[in-house]
Design a protein around this ligand. Structure first.
Ligand code: ACO
Length: 323
């Protein structure tokens, strides 16, 4: 029996506290005009003291489970994509599993920075279609505010905290009616670590460190790499990227999104952009945008949806799914 990995539910969560561009301009040499023009970001959310990545993951996960109509007893795999785990170990996925009352199956973290959610969806799909697990809770959750250098205007204005989640189920192909993950393409070029990294870690410095990025160099790599992964993902389904119904990009920079849209002849009406109100939330940004579009009706059951991400590694990738 062939199985499909179907997205049954989505959910997301943003912490209560909001930092606007004007708030940032009070303590770093920047302006609302610069940030808006260069990135499209107007505000970002910040986790409260004592609010951890797993807490954000739990909120998003709980909403996705409610949306899918499942309970803790139905989930047998938890994958959390994060670059900002609660602790060095155990995995944030293990902590999240316990907080959600899930007592069976496996749980692990996945680290591909801003491409984390695409990597996690693709990984969960493999576990589901082989029949090894039945229902996965796939979460992207980050507290990037904890690894930002708040004196570095070139990075601290870009990132925010948040979480988003999918419930994905293994469904016999004949019952799935064409729904599910159709293809995914994951890539990494580890020779470009210097462009985007955190300058601390357990083995090297025994500190958490701060995010460092040569933004303009990353920017130059972005459009071509993202577009080529999308073209490959579309090829498997025998379509052109412009034939998708909805495009849910990683929300890093509006100019990168616009560049991909232009290159692949996607129309602006097909694009979900939520960057203005939460900034770059790394692995959380795709499910945050996806959930918003499901809630407001821009993504409907049966739609052909393309996801893409690019981030530290450099990693990048795309996934095509029928929702
Ligand atoms: N406010 C005001 N001025 C600023 C700011 C700021 N916040 N930040 C930088 N500047 C200045 C720079 O100092 C520079 O000044 P100079 O010309 O006097 O030297 C000028 O603005 C232009 O700087 P650039 O870095 O060339 O600006 P750019 O147009 O490239 O925009 C940005 C910077 C927004 C970072 C962009 O390059 C970008 O989005 N890069 C890609 C980021 C990305 O996608 N990362 C991957 C995902 S993240 C992850 O994986 C964790």
């Amino acid at each position: 029996m062939s199985l499909s990995a179907v997205v049954d539910g989505v959910g997301s969560y943003l912490p209560e506290k909001v930092l606007t561009n004007a708030d940032l301009a009070k303590f770093v040499d920047t302006s609302d005009e610069w940030i808006t023009e260069r990135t499209g970001i107007r505000q970002r959310h910040q986790a409260a003291d004592g609010e951890y990545t797993s807490d954000l993951a739990v909120e998003a996960g709980r909403k996705a489970m409610e949306h899918a109509g499942v309970t803790a007893a139905d989930i047998d795999l938890v994958v959390v994509a994060t670059a900002t785990p609660d602790l060095t170990f155990p995995a944030t996925a293990a902590i999240t599993q316990a907080k959600l009352g899930i007592k069976q199956g496996a749980a692990f973290d996945l680290q591909a920075v801003c491409t984390g959610f695409v990597y996690a969806v693709s990984t969960a799909e493999k576990f589901l279609i082989t029949g090894q697990h039945k229902r996965a809770l796939v979460i992207g959750a980050e507290t990037f505010s904890r690894i930002l250098d708040w004196k570095d205007r070139t990075t601290c204005v870009l990132f925010g905290d948040g979480a988003g989640a999918f419930v994905m189920s293994a469904v016999p192909e004949e019952e799935a009616g064409g729904r599910g993950i159709l293809s995914s393409h994951l890539r990494c070029d580890g020779s470009m670590v210097d462009l985007l990294y955190v300058d601390g870690g357990v083995s090297m410095t025994q500190t958490a460190g701060h995010l460092r990025m040569q933004g303009n160099k990353v920017f130059r790599e972005a459009v071509n790499r993202i577009s080529s992964a999308m073209i490959e993902a579309a090829k498997v389904a025998d379509i052109n990227p412009s034939e998708i119904d909805v495009f849910v990009p990683h929300q890093a920079n509006q100019r990168i999104i616009d560049g991909v849209v232009r290159k692949l002849n996607i129309s602006n009406e097909q694009v979900i952009s939520t960057i203005a109100h939460h900034g770059n939330t790394s692995a959380a940004s795709i499910p945050l945008a996806f959930d918003e579009a499901v809630t407001d009706g821009r993504i409907k059951r049966g739609d052909l949806v393309m996801l893409e991400g690019m981030g530290g590694g450099l990693t990048w990738g795309a996934a095509l799914l029928r929702y």
